[in-house]
Design a protein around this ligand. Structure first.
Ligand code: AMP
Ligand code: MG
Length: 320
């Protein structure tokens, strides 16, 4: 194992204060951390990820009060969501305070803020004392990392240290909510559902329109494995395999075993039927399927219930 993978939180906080990049675990995915107020460190986060500067970063905080340092004109409904869901996999997009550097917001007037629930992230944020930008610790557009080893594979010495907090328990990126007055607007679905948000504040959750702020996870192709991926209904999979004569080396993610053996199948992973379990393992499974060296990954379509919305969004983008 690489020497820079460690559980030394004090060392990680020291490196962040020194302007270096540190990857850290959150309950969603691993983040590539830098001091949110250090312009050159934040610039190196974009460079390390090959992320275009127009795609803003989430500021992670270690207590809910810091929201008032980085945001202004905070709607009451945002405060209610903070009280109910923080720490947790919910990011709020709010009006940015003067303190927030333009490089963090991608030049927009809003800032994205989250208080993550992973104990190691909280300990790091508290020892560091301020806000830490933490986009997913992967190259732009690829699968997000849910283990320290995933991060280690993607980055060279530009990342000084990787905190090892085991496998992420949520497994996909946070739900992102913006506001239109007091009304919540869904900018990116995640495992905190629209319904849960709506229930908490007794307000309808609006869908993001074309005027919404840019969310990089909203590009049509994102969160994607290298192998071509398609989504098919279970009933269509055997037919598809049969009809595509030239098909070789197919890797599958399905809810049930495919009964009829087919010579072109090189790997099948059986997925859990409960959405939290599915999300937790999704990126590890896609990485496994990617590593088979197949020509095509086929993923069985998932249920239509809103508890699957975040997962469906990631699969749709992986399929582009
Ligand atoms: P990641 O941390 O890689 O999941 O990416 C952070 C997500 O938050 C991206 O999709 C960003 O575009 C989004 N984001 C960050 N800041 C803002 C903002 N001010 N307005 C809208 N979306 C944002
Ligand atoms: Mg990302």
């Amino acid at each position: 194992m690489s020497k820079r993978i460690t559980t030394d939180i004090s060392e990680a906080a020291r490196l962040l204060i020194d302007g270096q990049l540190v990857a850290f675990p959150t309950e969603t995915v691993y983040g590539l951390g830098a001091d949110a107020l250090n312009l050159s460190a934040v610039k190196r986060v974009y460079e390390a990820k090959s992320r275009p500067f127009g795609h803003p970063l989430i500021i992670h905080v270690g207590n809910s009060e810091l929201i008032d340092e980085f945001a202004t004109d905070i709607p009451d409904s945002a405060r209610s969501l903070v009280a109910r869901f923080w720490p947790g996999p919910l990011t709020l997009v709010l009006n940015a305070s003067d303190k927030v550097p333009t490089i963090v917001t991608g030049g927009q007037e809003t800032v994205a803020i989250r208080f993550p629930a992973h104990p190691m992230a909280i300990a790091l944020l508290r020892e560091f004392g301020g806000g830490i930008v933490g986009p997913s610790a992967n190259k732009f557009g690829q699968l997000s990392p849910t283990k320290a080893a995933d991060v280690d594979r993607d980055f060279g010495p530009e990342v000084s240290l990787i905190l090892d907090g085991a496998t992420c328990t949520v497994g996909i990126e946070s739900t992102i909510i913006g506001f239109d007055g007091e009304f919540p607007v869904l900018l990116r679905p995640g495992m905190i559902t629209k319904n849960a948000i709506s229930m908490e504040i007794s307000k309808e959750v609006l869908d993001a329109g074309p005027m919404s702020p840019r969310v990089s996870g909203s590009l049509p192709s994102h969160y994607a494995p290298i192998t071509n991926l398609i989504l098919l209904e279970a009933i269509d999979i055997p037919r598809y395999l049969k009809s595509s004569a030239a098909l070789r080396d197919v890797a599958l993610l399905t809810f049930e075993p495919i009964l009829e053996a087919h010579p072109s199948i090189s790997k099948i992973i059986i997925a859990p039927k409960e959405p939290n379990d599915y999300a937790k393992n999704l990126y590890q499974r896609l990485r496994e399927l990617d590593r088979v060296g197949a020509n095509l990954i086929i993923v069985e379509t998932i249920p239509s219930a809103d508890s699957w919305d975040g997962i469906r969004d990631r699969l749709d983008r992986a399929a582009h």
